[in-house]
Design a protein around this ligand. Sequence first.
Ligand SMILES: [Zn+2]
Length: 267
Amino acid sequence: MIDAHLHLQDCVGELSSQELLTQLHDLGVTALMVNGTSPEDWNEISELASSSATIVPSFGIHPWKVENVPANWEEQLSFLLNKFPEAGVGEIGLDKWISGYDLPLQRDFFTRQLSVARNLRRHVTIHCLQAWGSLYDCLRESSFSLPFLLHSYSGPGEMLKDWVDLGAFFSISPYFFRKDKSRKLEVFKAIPEHRLLLETDAPDMAFGEGEARYHGKGMKNHPANIELLYERYAEWSGKSAGEVVKLMERNFCQFRDTTSTKLPARE
Ligand SMILES: [Zn+2]
């Protein structure tokens, strides 16, 4: 199984990161895309990535963290991306849901990080809430043509074709399997399945009350719930467990391939 988006550095508590990784390996997890949110957690992610080949690190500044960023952040980001040739840029993006947002500042950080990713040919993981039009404009204006993941996609169904044409992948988190989120989950039916990924976003975006399989103290969503997510997705999509494993492996491989500008063909 592959977890396309989580924050393992924030899941450490009663279990150490090594204990968590052992638990995940035992469940059959083969890759974890661990995302940073500001220079404050980049070192932790760098250490995690050095300790385990399962981790695909991503370094980025989240739209909630664009204030009080050290002036040399671009140098730090490039340094880490050069240190980890497999690393992506994320979690970056735009957010008009959070109160007191500064969209011009968010856009500035977002487009600067996109150009770092473009120059070093890295895939990008995007967080977006209620700013879909601006996000589209930024990607178009930056002529960004590498794979990007719209993680926990909650945008409009009408924009799907635009995103797909730009090179988007989309990930489903446990949150979408909550009973009151079925309309959000419906949108994923219209996404070409070769652009889908699954993610826990642990420790956030949990299953509904009482539905999770694994629990951790002070953690809303335990990363081991990737197991249940695979099962719920298989059930929902009508695929066998084996088909889901294969599909996600192939899609993740395509997502990480930044060597060609050719986007994976429609099925
Ligand atoms: Zn996240």
